[in-house]
Ligand binder design. Structure first.
Ligand code: ZN
Ligand code: ZN
Length: 299
């Protein structure tokens, strides 16, 4: 059994917290670019990607308030089998993207040294075939705050497991897709979710490189404190949660639920024959989740 897991909990460096998907008044967001930067900085974030629709806005005039600001853009292109378009967040690009098909957009962004996240597949009602029809994106949004708060379609773990079961090496990110849109029965979507990246320094190249390697986890509540893989056993420690799941392929995996105690803070799983990937997810008593990247298993 060969295990591939670039373990962020054992890698050198420190943790940096960031949001990868953010809109401003330059597209359909309600905060100006500086207002949104201020809010994320005040809430303890270390980096923020500004990703307005079809617009790569200049960041030089902004006061980053100590954060790393990542240039970006969100594009909607192509047509999935149910008729909706692919939304792609392009991170670390240098020039606006001119390509018009999902694969060409991904290729053009990567040629510029950037990386691509496939956005909110559940909200878009993209199918697994749609997701398998393109490649080169490093992650999908396993959670999107504004999709969750607006229409209850924030979770895309089913899509992620489909990709992993099909043998794709793709990560999951939790993002806000912040617009500062809210009302009396819909919470604000700013400063809800994040990824925690393990990197040597807070620079665009260091953060992107750690993301390429999968050295991060995602959350909108619980923290994952440690994860080890030794002798075919995965052991995870978290802040107090209601359940911890080792998610895998069809009919496989394992869940630990707090039954005799209010919460649990650790769980373990022995990798079984036929499990090609295991990723850990957990939910706290307030219904907030966290996700690790997958541990990939080959013979
Ligand atoms: Zn979108
Ligand atoms: Zn968006």
């Amino acid at each position: 059994m060969r295990i591939e897991f670039p373990n962020p909990f054992k890698a050198p460096g420190r943790w940096f917290k960031g949001n990868l998907h953010t809109h401003t008044t330059q597209s359909d967001g309600a905060h100006t670019p500086q207002e949104i930067v201020d809010r994320y900085a005040q809430n303890g974030y270390d980096f923020l990607a500004i990703t307005d629709h079809d617009k790569l806005i200049p960041l030089d005039d902004l006061d980053p308030r100590g954060m790393l600001l990542i240039p970006g853009e969100e594009v909607g292109v192509g047509r999935g089998e149910l008729g909706s378009s692919f939304h792609l967040v392009l991170l670390g690009i240098q020039r606006p993207i001119s390509a018009k098909s999902p694969q060409a957009v991904i290729d053009e962004a990567r040629e510029q040294g950037g990386e691509v996240v496939l956005c909110h597949p559940y909200w878009s009602l993209l199918t697994l075939s749609d997701l398998l029809s393109i490649d080169g994106y490093i992650a999908i949004e396993v959670f999107n705050s504004t999709c969750h708060h607006s229409i209850g379609k924030g979770f895309s773990s089913v899509h992620w497991d489909g990709l992993l079961a099909a043998g794709r090496r793709v990560w999951g990110v939790a993002v806000d897709d912040a617009h500062h849109h809210f009302n009396d029965h819909r919470p604000d979507d700013v400063c809800v979710a994040w990824i925690s990246v393990k990197a040597e320094e807070l620079s665009l190249e260091a953060i992107l490189e750690s993301m390429r390697r999968g050295l991060f986890y995602s959350s909108f509540g619980p923290e994952i404190i440690d994860l080890s893989v030794e002798g075919g056993v995965i052991h995870v420690k978290t802040t107090p949660v209601k359940h911890i799941t080792f998610a895998s392929g069809a009919g496989r995996g394992e869940r630990w639920t707090a039954i005799e105690t209010e919460t649990i803070t650790e769980a373990h799983h022995t990798i079984r024959e036929g499990e090609r990937f295991i990723r850990v997810e957990c939910m706290d008593r307030e219904g907030r989740w966290a996700w690790t990247n997958p541990i990939l298993i080959t013979d």
